[in-house]
Design a protein. Structure first.
Length: 230
């Protein structure tokens, strides 16, 4: 069986929070309310009704074994993650700084990468849900539940991820200002931009793993269902 992509479940959210805190991976994230409390704030009456309908979802037609499809989707997840990580590693190379060095071209380039990460993960998630609905009743219901959660949290997650670019803009200004006093910060005027690009890449990599975690979880459920079936 194809090995799932090595996304470390449970650690990627913490890493993203650490990076957003100060731009340093070693920083401790701010303590948040419990998961159940935060999640309940996102569900209104309409969302609750949709969730109830998803829980009671019943297939109209018998399913077909989608094991080979799940295998192919697992390979696609691995290949997509590898390709995106390769592109992210080249972030900054496409920017022409010019004489007047500003954050705008770097932020624009970063947003292009972020949109690609979001679109790729969304496309994969939709493909997996479609295959799940064609397999059997249990996976079809799980796909419906995931669809409700995805739709309900879309606005919230979009708002959260949009904040990252603001953090990066502040980071750019901080490092650029610090370059004027390199004897105190340890940076030379020539390497602060390289440090900024590394920070931007780390944020993209953390976001990539966070966005792919739901896809990974769905595929693990699919493989478990196939293996447990007689």
């Amino acid at each position: 069986m194809t090995q799932l992509a090595p996304v470390q479940s449970g650690s990627t959210h913490a890493r993203l929070l650490q990076l957003l805190a100060t731009g340093e991976p070693s920083s401790k994230p701010e303590k948040l309310p419990c998961f159940a409390e935060r999640l309940s704030r996102l569900f209104g009456l309409g969302d609750t009704m949709s969730l109830d309908a998803a829980t009671a979802f019943r297939r109209r037609q018998p399913g077909m074994n989608q094991g080979p499809v799940f295998e192919q989707l697992t390979k696609e997840l691995i290949n997509t993650r590898r390709a995106l990580r390769r592109k992210i590693s080249r972030y900054g190379e496409e920017v022409e700084p010019g004489d007047d060095l500003t954050s705008e071209p770097y932020l624009n380039a970063w947003l292009v990468h972020q949109r690609k990460v979001a679109a790729s993960s969304r496309q994969l998630r939709d493909k997996v849900r479609k295959a799940m609905k064609e397999h059997d009743q249990d996976l079809a219901r799980l796909a419906e539940l995931d669809s409700v959660f995805d739709h309900t949290m879309a606005s919230y997650t979009g708002q959260c991820f949009s904040h990252v670019s603001k953090v990066l803009e502040q980071r750019f200004q901080t490092l650029q200002t610090s370059s004027d006093s390199s004897h105190e910060t340890g940076f030379t005027p020539d390497d602060w931009l390289h440090r900024y690009c590394e920070d931007a890449q780390n944020l993209l990599l953390a976001e990539l793993d966070v966005r792919l975690e739901p896809v990974l979880g769905l595929l693990e459920a699919c493989h478990n269902e196939v293996n447990d079936s007689p």
